[in-house]
Design a protein around this ligand. Structure first.
Ligand SMILES: C[S@@+](CC[C@H](N)C(=O)[O-])C[C@H]1O[C@@H](n2cnc3c(N)ncnc32)[C@H](O)[C@@H]1O
Length: 232
């Protein structure tokens, strides 16, 4: 599964330039039986098979270093945020635990994981896709991974708000025009327009983010948001 990000895009380039390294460990290689089973029935009943802690431990120990930071990918973890990505970008060696079936035996993740991360309130069949989301997002904060034209500084969440909607040419598309102000060359006016657009989109789609920065907003900004919330 990881071949996709190893061969295409920003991560592939970062790997090629040796800015990051990525290795995968296959749990079945550590199985202790000829059928290569790595799971067993859940004790106490319940759905699905559980990944055995003794086999997972052997796999983990094959790559564990003194400075390893172990992240367990699980719907039961804390929901992944940009702040987690920045924190993880400081680590030298990260191990991502990707579950399957009903997940890892709790004792294994309890003993070894430093952090439990969910990528959202939904359940996927395995931890590989969440791991790839995390790898991509964390790598964006590793110096040298993004080129100058790809800076993350103006991305959503950087100032607590969603990014202002982007536009390019042609100027008219399906009778919709690029906002006139963006052609003005007046950087102050453009910045103020973009800030308003950020507030509008965030107020509509992510009111939870607005509450987090409410005290940092100006009186005018608060009035704009209250209007949006009132009028829908
Ligand atoms: C089918 S899921 C297990 C779900 C588990 N029974 C539950 O309800 O919490 C199998 C594996 O996929 C991964 N996974 C699924 N959804 C995820 C999410 N939203 N965030 C992070 N990992 C997830 C985890 O590694 C998990 O162990």
């Amino acid at each position: 599964m990881f071949n996709t990000i190893k061969s295409e895009g920003v991560i592939a380039r970062a790997l090629k330039n040796n800015i990051i390294q990525l290795d995968t460990v296959f749990l079945r290689e550590f199985a202790d039986n000829p059928r290569k089973n790595v799971d067993n029935h859940p004790i106490g009943g319940g759905d699905g098979m559980v990944l055995r802690p003794d086999i997972a431990e052997k796999a983990l120990q094959s790559v564990l270093q003194e400075n390893s930071f172990v992240v367990n990918l699980s719907p039961a973890g804390k929901v992944f945020q940009s702040t987690h990505a920045k924190e993880l970008a400081q680590k030298k060696h990260i191990i991502l635990l990707c579950g399957r079936y009903a997940g890892f035996d709790h004792r294994f993740t309890q003993k070894y994981a430093h952090m439990h991360i969910s990528i959202g309130d939904f359940v996927l069949s395995g931890g590989e896709l969440p791991a790839m989301c995390l790898i991509d997002s964390v790598s964006r904060f590793v110096p040298g991974v993004l080129g100058n034209t790809e800076s993350s500084a103006q991305d959503s969440f950087e100032d607590g708000l969603l990014e202002a909607p982007p536009y390019t040419h042609p100027e008219i598309f399906n009778n919709m025009k690029v906002p006139e102000i963006l052609f003005s060359g007046d950087h102050k006016k453009i910045a103020s327009h973009k800030r308003k657009e950020q507030l509008k989109i965030t107020a509509k789609n992510r009111p939870d983010l607005i509450y987090l920065i409410w005290d940092q907003l100006s009186r005018q900004e608060k009035t704009l948001i209250e209007k949006i919330w009132k009028n829908g």
